[in-house]
Design a protein around this ligand. Structure first.
Ligand code: GLN
Length: 474
């Protein structure tokens, strides 16, 4: 029973043969969660509820009425609203807050009989790349407990890595599904902006935020995307395109044209083993008949600054709603309206969140708006146009997911810009709204997972997933 299933298909096989029940599965995960509490992957476990639900799903499976996700036990990032359950975005300012409605994705996952076993730790308001800005403390990487999980969906990634649940849902604004997936040896997909509803997701930077699955198999990522995607009257940025059957069997993809970013191999900022993993990937693809060519991207140096100016500007606006009146934490020292705002926000937000609110407010302020915010919007457009130009000629853009593997927890970072720069490879898909996936490519000499990223054209998840399925078997 204590088998670490690699896909829902495998679980379904066990369920059909009668050796496994959903109840047994849930008990197995609950046991693993307890045994691995030190990883800090879950902020809250919905134990009784998951066990009750397991019985319902077992009955449905017996009757043959189980949904597409019957047998799938998942964790959700703590910025995804689930009616009558707490949600905090891993922030003190929302500690104790209970959702009064469910996000569209939670409703869709439940409608297909997924079981939500708990809410996963993350960086505060999804701001970060190591899960260290969480009010609830960092998440430990299961491959090495002294290393970070990656972030911001670090709890979601480690929950899957350590088999505390079968799959997890994260959000990706600038890399937060892909980078922790890469640090934990998993698959992380950020769909096209407008593919999955953001209704009921606690906003960080609304023009970037997308929900994405973190899984052990590409098949599961495809299935979860299929269930979560599609039109929603509560999110006007969603595409009306019909959602392809991402989980359907597809013929093996033909020969592809793939561009890789030359700087991923030449830049001194990229770890030697990461470069090596990328070189091996390139060789393997070529050996299998695909065309893989180096490209340079003339706006490479502008990607991280553009992303951070815009994400912080949007965050400063989105986070103005936390005022000590409407939601969550209110300072006990407050005496009037002004002090309620000031003290609740000063005490409720952590350092990184405050830094971003201040910088975001600065770049939006009257005297600097044109120099920073408006300029970054223009740069974003240029980056998108240039990326789309490349994708006219190539099917995918290949890079490492992150410049280095998981690093030590608690390394004192005096300069936050150094951390921001590590998002160099993931922010391109976020700035352009394009889909991208992180795929595992083995471990480094210390046993730490490494990942590569493939970026595809707008709404081309079907091609991206199909190629990924093929790639992981190469
Ligand atoms: N590391 C990036 C940031 O801090 C991305 C975070 C995310 O995707 N939520 O903004």
């Amino acid at each position: 029973m204590a088998k670490n299933y690699s896909s829902l298909t495998e679980i379904k096989g066990g369920l059909q043969s009668g050796g496994v029940t959903v109840e047994k599965l849930v008990k197995h995960y609950l046991q693993n969660i307890k045994a691995n509490a030190h990883l800090n992957a879950f902020i809250e476990v919905f134990e009784d509820e998951a066990l009750q639900q397991a019985l319902v799903i077992d009955a449905k499976i017996k009757e043959g009425t189980g949904g597409k996700l019957a047998g799938m036990v998942i964790g959700i990032k703590d910025n995804i609203c689930y009616k009558d359950h707490q949600v905090s975005a891993s922030s003190k300012i929302l500690d104790g807050f209970t959702s009064i409605y469910s996000s569209t994705i939670v409703e869709r996952l439940l409608a297909e009989d997924a079981i939500i076993i708990g809410r996963c730790n993350c960086d505060e308001f999804a701001m970060g790349a190591s899960n260290e800005s969480s009010y609830f403390g960092p998440v430990k990487n299961f491959a090495d407990h002294t290393k970070v999980s990656g972030g911001s969906s670090g709890g979601s990634a480690v929950a899957v890595q350590a088999d505390l649940c079968h799959a997890a849902i994260g959000t990706d604004t600038g890399g937060s599904v892909r980078q922790p997936a890469s640090f934990c040896g998993l698959i992380g997909l950020k769909p096209t902006y407008g593919r999955i509803s953001r209704y009921g997701i606690i906003a960080y930077a609304s023009s970037f935020d997308q929900v994405g699955p973190i899984t052990k198999s590409v098949e599961d990522a495809a299935l979860l995307l299929e269930v979560m995607a599609g039109e929603d009257e509560y999110d006007s940025t969603l595409s009306r395109k019909t959602v392809p059957e991402f989980s359907a069997e597809m013929p093996e993809p033909g020969k592809k044209k793939i561009a890789y970013l030359q700087e991923s191999l030449s830049s001194p900022g990229v770890d030697a083993e990461v470069k090596n993993a990328l070189s091996l990937t390139i060789e393997k693809l070529r050996a299998n008949g695909h065309t893989v060519k180096p490209i340079t991207f003339e706006y490479l140096d502008y990607m991280v600054p553009t992303y951070y100016i815009l994400a912080m500007a949007e965050a400063s606006s989105n986070l103005s709603r936390y005022d000590g009146v409407h939601y969550g934490y209110r300072s006990p020292k407050a005496t009037d309206l002004q002090s309620t705002y000031k003290l609740s926000r000063s005490e409720g937000f952590g350092k990184e969140v405050k830094r971003r609110i201040m910088l975001g407010t600065f770049v939006l302020s009257a005297g600097y708006y044109d120099a920073y915010y408006a300029k970054a919007q223009k740069t974003r457009r240029l980056i998108r146009e240039k990326t789309l130009d490349i994708l006219k000629e190539y099917d995918f853009i290949l890079t490492p997911t992150a410049p280095e593997p998981a690093y030590n927890i608690g390394v004192e970072k005096t300069d936050p810009v150094v951390s921001y720069l590590a998002d160099i490879f993931t922010v391109q898909a976020s700035l352009t709204g394009l889909p991208a996936i992180s795929l595992p490519v083995g471990n480094n000499h210390e046993g730490l997972p490494l990942g590569i990223q493939l970026l595809a054209g707008q709404f081309e998840e079907l091609e991206l997933l199909n190629f990924s399925k093929y790639f992981v078997k190469l």
